[in-house]
Design a protein. Structure first.
Lengths: 138, 345
């Protein structure tokens, strides 16, 4: 019971904590199915290439894939044979309201984007459409 | 010899927007030529060019015109309601909804209702029992001059410029809103309303994070106008408003929920590619300003601004991009002469 009181108090002080643990799981279902299960630090390069097929562009340890005519929404970075970073740019991003991120935690990034960042990654918000523009994790 | 060649190239080079591929002659010193030809300015139009742009809006609507418009839009009776403690009786449904939007506090991000910051309207402004009509309540909060403009801008253009409705915002002066309307009226009327209850805020630094005095940011696409905006000339203000609203218009006219400035055809015009968070272009694109080279969204807003305020130059320098704007954004309307922009496409 004490733990519950503690948790409630902490969340009342900093509501950002209530969102922090959930944003990635609420965002993942909006990613293309092929990359949803990729886990940086765990998924092997061989598995990625088996699922994704040949990359459209390779620059050092970074592999890029096109989506239709859009170059290049998918960027996957490898260290040795492991996936270490995933970036995806949405063309039709999910609404901010469908992602568990405290809006207070976004900071200005540029003219049209705002950025949220924590240990799990970065989320970029298009301020015009109030939709997610892209995500990087971790 | 190099100086002589460079001098002659300055004289014979393409005009200020030109890019290498549009020049007829093969340049002898590619790097030098590129520097000369990239004499595009930071923005797509200077104050002088904005001032002499065809069909430039010179005046804001009069108070009488705005009042007549507001009365027409909010006409009606028979509705009652309570908004933030203020009771209204026998008023129009639209009027009460307008008051609600103008006085309901929203978060900067996503414009979601944010009760934590809500101003207790009745308590602060003591509207009842003296007033039980929306027009009277608006006059009581903002006065006739400012209140009329806020209601007009809300309905005519779809922007909510009330300081009570936005986090980190402060009150506009009526003169500020007149300059904003001049910028908005430089756009085709068919662009408006831009949406419903869209944010238009004058930035107020939060107490916990004072504004950076060295910041050069003028405005953003959210739309927030920072202190630097207010230091600029009136013509620059019109340009800023036009530029920021252009970002929003791109989103509005996008197909299948893809913003028009991310449309593959637009990206292909300048060879835009994205790697991670970095945009780059293939180098053959024709840009209207240095800022337009930042990413496809700025390319778009700068191209729209060039189309409006520097049409003749844009058409001559970047004919392909100009034609794209003419067909996909301005529906055939051109600003290359007084006659052209007065015609209905």
């Amino acid at each position: 019971m004490k733990y519950v009181y503690f948790l409630v108090s902490i969340l009342a002080i900093n509501p950002a904590l209530a969102f922090a643990s959930d944003w990635l799981s609420s965002l993942k279902p909006h990613l293309p199915e092929k990359i949803q299960k990729f886990e940086p630090g765990k998924t092997s390069k061989a598995d990625v290439l088996r699922i994704m097929g040949e990359a459209d562009l390779v620059e050092k340890n970074k592999y890029y894939w096109k989506e239709g005519e859009f170059k290049y929404p998918i960027e996957l970075s490898f260290d040795d044979d492991k996936l270490v970073k995933l970036h995806y740019s949405f063309q039709k991003g999910p609404a901010l309201s469908s992602i568990k991120i405290n809006p207070d935690a976004f900071k200005p990034h540029n003219h049209t984007l705002m950025k949220y960042e924590d240990k799990k990654g970065q989320v970029f918000l298009d301020v015009r459409s109030k939709t997610i523009e892209s995500v990087t994790f971790p | 010899m190099k100086i002589v060649l460079l001098t002659s190239l300055v004289i014979f080079s393409c005009n200020s927007y030109s890019q290498t591929h549009e020049c007829e002659e093969t340049p002898p010193f590619a790097e030098d030529i590129e520097k000369i030809q990239r004499k595009i300015n930071f923005w797509s139009a200077s104050d002088e060019e904005i001032s002499s742009a065809f069909c430039k809006t010179k005046t804001a609507p009069t108070l009488k015109e705005m009042k007549a418009y507001n009365q027409k839009v909010m006409k009606g009776t028979g509705n009652s309601g309570v908004v933030h403690g203020v009771s209204f009786a026998n008023d129009s449904k639209v009027a009460i909804a307008t008051f609600s939007d103008l006085t309901t506090y929203t978060h900067t991000i996503g414009q979601m209702i944010w009760p934590k910051g809500q101003t207790p309207i009745q308590e602060k402004f003591e509207i009842n029992p003296g007033c039980n009509k929306v027009s009277c309540a608006i006059d009581k909060i903002w006065g006739e001059e400012l209140g009329t403009r806020l209601v007009y801008i809300y309905h005519k253009y779809g922007f909510n410029a009330s300081e009570l409705a936005h986090m980190h915002s402060r009150r506009f002066d009526p003169k500020d809103l007149d300059e904003i309307m001049k910028g908005l009226n430089d756009m085709p009327e068919s662009f408006f309303p831009i949406g419903k209850n869209r944010r238009l805020a004058r930035f107020q630094a939060p107490p916990t994070a004072p504004a950076d005095p060295n910041s050069k940011v003028v405005a953003d696409a959210n739309i927030t106008l920072f202190d630097n905006y207010f230091k600029n000339s009136d013509l620059s203000k019109h340009y800023t408003i036009f530029h920021e609203v252009s970002h929003n218009h791109a989103y509005n006219i996008g197909k299948n929920k893809v913003s028009a400035d991310y449309d593959p055809k637009w990206l292909a015009l300048s060879g835009w590619e994205k790697k991670g968070m970095d945009w780059s272009n293939a180098g053959g694109g024709c840009f209207t300003s240095v800022y337009g080279e930042t990413n496809p969204a700025e390319d778009w807003a700068e191209a729209m601004s060039a189309y409006r305020y520097n049409g003749v130059k844009f058409k001559a320098s970047c004919p392909e991009k100009y034609a794209y704007m003419k067909e996909n954004v301005f529906n055939g309307l051109e600003y290359t002469s007084e006659k052209a922009c007065q015609s209905k496409p």
